[in-house]
Design a protein around this ligand. Sequence first.
Ligand code: SAM
Length: 243
Amino acid sequence: MKAHVLTLFPELVKQPMEHSIVGRALSRGQLTVDVLDIRSFATNKHAKVDDSPYGGGPGMVMTPQPLVDAIEATRALCQKPWVIAFSPAGRLLDQARVRQLVAESVTDGRECIFVCGRYEGIDERVLDGWCDEIMSIGDYVLSGGELAALVVIDAMARLVPGVLGNAASPDEESLEQGLLEYPQYSRPESFRGHPVPEVLLSGDHARIASWRRARALARTRERRPDLFARLTLSAADKKLLES
Ligand code: SAM
């Protein structure tokens, strides 16, 4: 999988990617991420990348020239570019979209170009004319798109075949099947008077599977009624929930 990040703060993106799963995927060549400094594309004397908003209002807006030149230069390096700009006013990212992005990257060779905003955001003409998708990572406002880029790259990297040690593990995780994951426990069997649920020590795989399904359904109903409302429950699921 290959991706590009356009940012005013390259180190904010590069350093966190040096560690753990993403760092390993990068060093193994399973993932390539080019990070470009938008400011290096500014053609004005002081490499200025922002200006005050037309119509008045607080803060500064990222001006089109450096951004568009950075996007066009990056697009020219890709066979199948897909430009994603980050904004809290974008479409909300979810696990299904992450999966699609990975499939498009891994099977179709699509290269995502992530555009990180700063200040009060990006001149709308850049979003309208040079970006294929406007993406939000949640209903809150960050200071910049760099954390959003890291979130998407991390979520995508773990779905790239071979990146996670245990290839089966992503399918069981929260949200993969429209459900939250069941609770997990490890050693010791009892910690400060809190025991591990007895069923997990039973060695009875059928009982464990049905306990996990019941816990996943129950916690989805309790914590994420929006997800629960979209589930199609089988008769067995309904029985599990009742029990
Ligand atoms: N004035 C903008 C608004 O109200 O929509 C917010 C700008 S925000 C302070 C600066 C940049 O951070 C944005 O251009 C975007 O790239 C990034 N950003 C902030 N919140 C985000 C979110 N929830 N998802 C994705 N990117 C976000």
